[in-house]
Design a protein around this ligand. Structure first.
Ligand SMILES: Cc1ncc(COP(=O)(O)O)c(C=O)c1O
Length: 413
């Protein structure tokens, strides 16, 4: 396998033979401070699940929690549940639980909508707050849905979208730019963008930044406050494991909440929804970005998934995440299968929690891996993505996953 030169600081260096890799994996499991968390996730027997970049696996307690919400809350409180069971407050309550995971303060995060809708809202709000600046900047490797939302947001107000190669971002930031909208982790390659550097470059040009944290939350420390991030969105169905279609979150820094307006105002972002006024009056703080009725069952699954993170230090998660990725890369590198290339940065410091491989027969490779019990996913035509959840995987499972991918690739020759 062709890889880029390795940087100092990686966890596992040098070529590993199979036995050496297995020993290494077992030794890492024995020292792993997060190892007990693996038992909180359920997966079909015999499956090595390496697809948390798409959808995280279910924590076992989510099932019980959702059933309890249906039976003991909805089933007994009925409509009184909106206040008696705290359903109406859940978007802010759960936002406050996500806040420390992205380095934000209480009152800066709201759980609502889906990522694309939340992003469209914040872009609309940011553009409206900067009428003298008419450009949104993004990168060609951003998630397509973000680019669709950005194109729509600029078209609505007669502004323009400047989509450039990632390496050209610093020079694309000038005095016309209202917002720079980027994903912290490249969804194709897992490459980690320089969030602190790009945030300061945007600020130096007088622009706001809006980060998509879908592939960061729960695995990569973000530090929104420290880096003075203005706006962010993210989903909870990948590394947070809150379930298929789980609600997203949006972050608006405290000092911007007064001036930014929700471009899709709805009754639940009203100061007093139950007055049923004809005129919309924004609720104070982050709540004004709420539009609609909270999805209570999805929020209940999210609350339970967040319990898995209680007492877990994001630094430990990142350390394990980098080590899992390095183990996976080293096993594939040592196997040296013709046609198989590393599409992610070789250094764990430059990746999120995902390792991507390039192979001319990527689809067949993944099918062959699936027959061996390993789940990854395809980005056609040639990319195989493997998202390694540090909470839901042991090192030994990652060893077995990488070993099966090697066998699968060899079987295609
Ligand atoms: C980086 C990124 N942004 C946005 C989205 C879209 O999210 P949603 O379906 O919640 O709108 C995804 C979906 O996987 C994603 O990976």
């Amino acid at each position: 396998m062709r890889v880029h030169p390795r940087r100092a600081g990686d966890f596992v260096s040098g070529a590993l033979d199979r036995a050496g890799a297995l020993d290494r994996a077992r030794a890492l499991d024995a020292e792993d401070p997060l190892r007990e968390l693996r038992t909180r996730f359920t997966m079909p027997h015999g499956t090595i699940y390496l697809n948390s970049n798409s959808l995280g696996p279910p924590p076992a307690e989510v099932t019980a929690r959702v059933r309890e919400t249906i039976e003991s809350e909805w089933g007994t409180s009925l409509s009184a549940g909106w206040t008696a069971r705290g359903w109406l407050d859940a978007p802010e309550r759960l936002g406050d639980r996500i806040a420390p995971m992205i380095g934000a303060m209480p009152g800066e995060v709201l759980v609502a909508d889906t990522t694309s809708v939340a992003l469209a809202k914040l872009l609309g709000a940011a553009l409206a707050s900067r009428p003298e600046r008419r450009i949104v900047v993004s990168s060609t490797d951003n998630f397509p849905s973000d680019l669709y939302a950005a194109a729509h947001a600029v078209n609505r107000v007669g502004a323009g979208l400047r989509v450039v190669d990632r390496s050209d971002l610093p020079s694309a930031l000038d005095e016309d730019v209202a917002v720079c909208c980027l994903s912290q982790v490249d969804f194709r390659t897992g490459a980690l963008l320089d969030l602190p550097g790009l945030t300061s470059a945007a600020h130096a040009a007088g622009a706001l930044v809006l980060w998509d944290l879908c592939h960061s939350v729960g695995v990569v420390p973000v530090e929104c406050q420290t880096n003075r991030v203005d706006l962010a969105v993210g989903c909870t169905y990948k590394y947070v494991s809150a379930g298929p279609g789980a609600p997203s979150f949006l972050y608006v820094r405290h000092d911007l909440q007064e001036t930014l307006e929700n471009p899709i105002p709805g009754w639940l972002g009203h100061q007093d929804p139950f007055r049923f006024d004809l005129e919309w009056e924004a609720a104070p703080g982050i709540r004004k970005f709420l539009t609609s009725t909270p999805p209570v069952l999805g929020l209940s699954a999210l609350e339970s998934a967040l319990d898995v993170f209680t007492g877990v230090a994001i630094e430990d998660v990142r350390t394990k995440s980098m080590a899992l990725g390095s183990l996976f890369v080293d096993i594939l590198g040592a196997a040296d299968v013709p046609g198989l290339e590393l599409a992610s940065p070789a250094s764990a410091h430059e990746r999120g929690a995902q390792v991507s491989l390039r192979h001319p027969r990527a689809s067949e490779l993944l099918q062959s891996a699936a027959r061996r019990g390993v789940v990854g996913d395809l980005r056609p035509p040639a990319l195989c993505r493997f998202g390694l959840s540090p909470l839901a995987l042991s090192y030994e499972e990652v060893f077995l996953g990488a070993d099966a991918v090697v066998e699968a690739a060899r079987s295609l020759r």
